[in-house]
Write a protein that binds this ligand. Structure first.
Ligand SMILES: [Zn+2]
Length: 413
């Protein structure tokens, strides 16, 4: 039995807790965080979860669900196209996680190397159409049997990765060195959050809201409007007011803080608000907005820092992707500045590329008729292959997971 005291609480680690030596080594890290935290909260460290519960404490090995929660925050499942089957394909998630594999697809070769892998993250979903049979002699049956045999969970981030801010479109735009990047087929929904905060706590609550994803308008962060006023309330029996007393009407100097929240961030923002706000009952309102919100969307369009010939740009992109240079259709020698890009199957987006003023459109797959129509409209087009343009998913996701969870073993497929 040992007791550890921080500035705000006493945390007791019971003798019944058996720590792996690795976890014990991380205890110093935990305690560093503990000094700056209140009791009753939990937070994630790179590879373990530490929870304080009243005056008791427990350490847990990292769970697969922790990795999935991290990815779902970056690439919210709510952004999935209606036809998509992203998300958890095969469980369980509530199990320890030491090794994660990242792949574009669950190819058959994975069936011989999944042993020891706790979580397989793929771009394309393994289960896409409803199953009627699971036959072990079929490729799908073999894959499912392998996952179940080794107890490996499988999670797909398909269209949420394609459309989210910081997803595939932006990775490809970065490879091209584009600036002024915006979605080719923009979509997104904004909400207005209004919260009433006692004057002394405004900055703390505002910072918590911003950190959780509120207050971003274009290239401006921390956007809010604040107006001072008076809040009133009468605490009833059983209430534990932060200011005032039960049975006595209070008038408090408060600030009405307004900010903007992407719909998919609302739950995280409200949770952050409740944690940072001193009141037992937080007075807040969420309003639906009609504003356009080009936050996410398939494809990206942007400008090259310096104009270059379409053929040269296509060559540079192929080099960055590590694939061969495809035939450039239209005028390969045309000097271009505005370039649109869409990984995977982006044939139909050529019209959006044209409408956005792009001179060159780079994509993974494009049907014959779309190519003809795009070239006739004056676009220069180069098609690099579905797999080739989505392959950056593997390095990108593996890097994000490894950076967030440094103790994890991350395997790329
Ligand atoms: Zn794809």
């Amino acid at each position: 039995m040992c007791s550890l005291r921080c500035s705000q609480c006493c945390v007791r680690l019971g003798s019944s807790n058996v720590f792996h030596s690795e976890l014990r080594d991380k205890l110093g890290l935990v305690l560093g965080h503990l000094r700056s935290q209140k009791t009753g909260y939990s937070w994630f460290l790179p590879d373990i979860t530490f929870e304080t519960q009243g005056k008791g404490a427990k350490l847990q090995c990292m769970q697969r669900g922790d990795v999935v929660a991290f990815l779902a925050e970056r690439f919210p499942p709510s952004l999935a196209e209606p036809w998509d089957r992203s998300g958890l394909q095969v469980g369980p998630l509530q199990a320890p996680c030491q090794t994660v594999a990242v792949a574009l697809d669950f190819d058959l070769h994975w069936t011989s190397c999944l042993e020891g892998v706790d979580l397989l993250i793929t771009h394309h979903p393994l289960l896409f159409r409803p199953l009627k049979q699971v036959l072990p002699e079929t490729p799908l049956g073999q894959k499912l049997a392998t996952l179940l045999r080794y107890g490996t969970a499988c999670y797909a981030i398909h269209t949420p990765y394609d459309v989210a801010q910081g997803g595939l479109g932006e990775v490809l735009a970065e490879m091209l060195g584009l600036v002024n990047v915006r979605p080719l087929a923009p979509r997104g929904r904004l909400l207005k959050l209004v919260v009433y905060i006692p004057t002394d706590h405004v900055d703390g609550v505002a910072q918590a809201l911003f950190a959780a994803g509120a207050g971003r308008i274009g290239r401006y962060g921390h956007c809010s409007f604040r107006a001072a006023g008076t809040g009133t309330f009468l605490p009833e029996e059983g209430a534990h007011p932060f200011v005032g007393q039960v049975g006595q009407e209070e008038h408090v100097a408060e600030v009405r803080l307004e900010t903007i929240v992407p719909a998919e961030r609302l739950a995280a923002v409200l949770a952050a608000m409740r944690t940072a706000h001193p009141y037992e009952e937080v007075a807040y309102d969420v309003y639906a907005l009609e504003n356009e919100a080009p936050l996410h969307g398939l494809g990206r369009v942007g400008d090259l820092p310096m104009p270059a010939s379409a053929g040269e740009v296509a060559e540079r992109f192929a080099q960055a992707l590590g694939c061969s240079v495809p035939r450039v259709e239209g005028e390969p020698t045309k000097e271009v500045r505005r370039v649109a890009v869409c990984g995977g199957s982006g044939g139909e987006l050529w019209r959006a590329a044209h409408a956005a003023g792009a001179e060159l459109y780079l994509t993974g797959e494009m049907g014959y008729h779309h190519r003809c129509a795009a070239v006739e409209a004056g676009l220069v087009v180069a098609v690099f292959g579905h797999r080739e343009t989505e392959r950056p998913f593997v390095d990108h996701i593996a890097r994000l997971v490894a950076e967030r969870f440094p103790a994890l073993k991350v395997v790329k497929g």
